[in-house]
Structure formats: C-alpha cells, structure tokens
Design a protein around this ligand. Structure first.
Ligand code: AMP
Length: 213
C-alpha cells in the first residue's frame, strides 16, 4: 500500500503517519525528518537544506526528489510506504510519477488532512517531541507530568527550531503558494480523499483507518 499524506504544517500528518505505519507495517518516509537528520549530521545535503528550513521555506526540488528516489528503492519499501511531507510542489509530484513508473509502482491513496490556519499556529507553537522515542506532546493538550521529560521513556523533550510563530506563519504561506496546488494534481485521480484534521487525534486515526480498510 503506497500512500501520500498531505496537509498544512501542524495538521497531524507526522503523528498520524507514525501510527498508520505501525498498524499497516509499512515505513513512514518523512522528508522533514530526513532533512533534519542531514542537518544534524552536517552532511552536504544538510548544509544545503539548513537555511531554507530555518526560515520556513522549501528546500530545492532536486534535493528532496533525490532523497525520496533513493529511499523508495530500499527493500523495506517493497510492500508499501507512507510519504509524509512529500511532494510539496507540483514539480515534486511530477518527478514522483516518473520515479514510481520506473519501478512499476503506483500511489494507492492520497489523503489530505485539512485544518484551520489559526488552530495550526497554536498547535505548532505548543508542541514538543521526545528526542529518544519520538512521542509527541503539547503544552495545552498533552503536557508531560514533568516539564521537559517524556512520560513514556524519560527522554528529553525537544522543540523544533522552526516551530516558532514567525516561521510557522511563513510555512503556512509557503504551503498555500506552493503545496496547495499539489492537491489539484491529485484531485481527479480517484485515489484522493480528505480527512478533517480538526477532530481529536483518535478520530483522525479512525477516519484514516476507515479509508485504508
Ligand atoms: P516538515 O517536518 O515536513 O514540516 O518539514 C520541515 C521543513 O523541511 C520544511 O519547512 C521544509 O523546509 C523542509 N522540507 C520537508 N519536506 C520538503 C519537501 N518535500 N520539499 C521541500 N522542502 C521540504
């Protein structure tokens, strides 16, 4: 099962993709996570991506297309994958079609998780993630028992450098200008579905499972 999760920053793509990946036994391919690892490692890709990521802009198409092209060729993607945060431009969507055709693969479902902009700003600026196990927290809706410490594994909670209000607003503008047009690319394909990301997380997950069967 090859899936694309779309939606503005903070809509819940990453959280939901993580759960869907576990349930269906397929990997979550998050270009954001891959780029953050590259930045942390100081690799050539990381050095090229850093400035765009810090400002909330997009990393160039050739970099992310290269990363995804390599990744979907790995053996754990043979029985399926979830693309989380890719494609983010129409050029990336076109390149993905080519990459899949070369491997005789196709996308089974494109799911757009929708949400309201102001809610997104509040959601993103309050979130943190355990640097050890990846569990997500939010200062209003899911605060840890001890400040800065993961309830599950005791790991340190980290906040993303681009999760501040100014950068978030820029990311939302970039989404409208460059990523929302990707919806038009898939809308008439028959595999396109929408899920209301304003529901609570369990209901969003249930809606996704309903679609995926
Ligand atoms: P995310 O974790 O998906 O919110 O991505 C964090 C940042 O990584 C984005 O704001 C972009 O700077 C960069 N990024 C992630 N995926 C892509 C992509 N498909 N195309 C361009 N830039 C990306």
């Amino acid at each position: 099962m090859n899936l694309i999760f779309m939606g503005p920053p903070g809509a819940g793509k990453g959280t939901q993709a993580r759960q869907v990946a576990v349930k269906y036994g397929i990997p979550q391919l998050s270009t954001g996570d891959m780029l953050r690892s590259a930045v942390k490692a100081g690799s050539e890709v990381g050095l090229k991506a850093k400035a765009a990521m810090e400002s909330g802009g997009l990393v160039t198409d050739d970099i992310v297309i290269g990363i995804i092209g390599d990744r979907i060729g790995e053996s754990d993607c043979a029985s399926g994958f979830i693309l989380d945060g890719f494609p983010r431009t129409v050029a990336q969507a076109e390149a993905l079609e080519k990459l899949l055709a070369e491997r005789s693969m196709k996308i089974d479902s494109v799911i757009d998780i929708t949400a309201d902009n102001e809610a997104l700003v509040a959601r993103i600026t309050g979130r943190s993630t355990c640097s050890k196990c990846g569990e997500g927290y939010h200062k209003q809706h899911k605060a840890p028992a001890k400040d800065g410490v993961c309830d599950k594994c005791g790991g340190a909670l980290a906040t993303r450098a681009d999760d501040n209000e100014e950068t978030v607003r820029n990311r939302l503008e970039v989404y409208e200008a460059q990523t929302a047009p990707v919806i038009g690319f898939y809308k008439d394909s028959g595999s396109f579905k929408t899920v209301d990301g304003m529901q609570n997380m369990d209901d969003v997950f249930a809606s996704l499972c309903n679609i995926l069967g």
